[in-house]
Design a protein. Structure first.
Length: 135
């Protein structure tokens, strides 16, 4: 049986860095050669104890996740401010639980149509095709 791994300050710093780059905790565990279960145990122990290296490790992963999240939100926010409607919608959906209820408008040639019109037209085409096949 391998000897137990002692959590070091270097591991704590590495965990924060890897987490900030987008690594999942399971990937950090794999990188260190330990099981995901072991890392989850260490983190839970740290939260329970509220101090010590297990606690520092858990906090480092959380800080890294927050840095990663902030970086990605900044990209989406910048895109939204530059007029990217999809980025704005994505942000509103994720941040505020907003869901677009309006019709989506499409330009087909010179005509503007909405998604409801497109769906109705597709359903009509499918019905006509089924009727033609049954004859």
């Amino acid at each position: 049986m391998p000897s137990p791994i002692e959590i070091t300050a270097e591991m704590v710093a590495e965990a924060e860095s890897l987490s900030a780059e987008g690594s999942w905790p399971a990937e950090i565990a794999e990188y260190w050669g330990i099981s995901d279960r072991t890392l989850r145990y260490w983190r839970a122990r740290g939260r329970d104890e509220g101090e010590g290296m297990h606690y520092e490790l858990d906090r480092a992963i959380v800080r890294g996740e927050m840095r990663c999240r902030r970086g990605h939100v900044a990209v989406v926010t910048r895109a939204a401010r530059e007029g990217n409607v999809s980025a704005s919608q994505w942000f509103l959906e994720r941040r505020f639980g907003w869901a677009a209820r309006s019709k989506v408008e499409h330009v087909v040639g010179e005509a503007e149509v909405n998604d409801t019109d497109i769906i109705a037209e597709l359903q009509s085409v499918m019905r006509n095709a089924e009727e033609s096949n049954s004859e």
